[in-house]
Design a protein around this ligand. Sequence first.
Ligand code: ZN
Ligand code: ZN
Length: 263
Amino acid sequence: MDGEDLANNDREEITHEEKEIAHEEFLEQNDSDEFLDEFGCSVCLLVAVQPTSLTCGHTFCRICLAKWYLTSKKKQCPLCGQAYQGHPQINIHIKNMSARLYPKQMKEREKLLELSLEDKTILQRFDKEILNKRPDRKTVGAFCLGITLTLLVFTSAYLTWFWQFSDIHSFTAKPVQFWKPSDVKDWLDDLSWTTEYIHNDIQNNIDGNILLAMDELSLLQHFNVSEPLYQKALLSAISKLKEQGVKMPSTLWEYTADDMNTS
Ligand SMILES: [Zn+2]
Ligand SMILES: [Zn+2]
């Protein structure tokens, strides 16, 4: 019985040892350049020690990144130049994978880093400076510009909506481009002398933009104005509209309406 147990134990020990050796061999085989693209640092071209990933996805040794930052004083990726925000941290996932794939190189590099007082100082300076670094002027400028542009877009969108869909303003203060056919009709009625020449049913589809683009021929076509004198008068009224962009109030009622709208 005892002899059998011993033999079994021996066999187990051997298989355990064999496993260990196989594992070591496996790791040794993999301690190659095969995955260096993924786990290597693009600055020193070695397996990244304390691998630190940036927002662009590139990974570097923390010490390489620190040296790069302290030289350039810019929070930029050394490889693609993309700016990064905040305080980049060691990528634990890549660190663990590198430790498994490149055990020798990683141990060696970590040991060297641990022994170098200069590197330690550089890393401390990097951490300290990057935590205290305020966003540079360019970033602040771009941020302000972004806000201004957004406000402008919203304001113009609101005004477009306001002029197109809101009826609370009298057409006297409304830019001619936004005139509806009813505004054009009001404007024509306002000219008083046109009523006997222009028929209501013809004016229905003429909006502000069409009105501004009119010439003698279209006056004849759309408003049936053939009399040269009236054509001239109407064209000069239209060109006045073009100049002013809006219809200036001409009656007391329009002045009052305009005043109420602007106040
Ligand atoms: Zn490196
Ligand atoms: Zn990058």
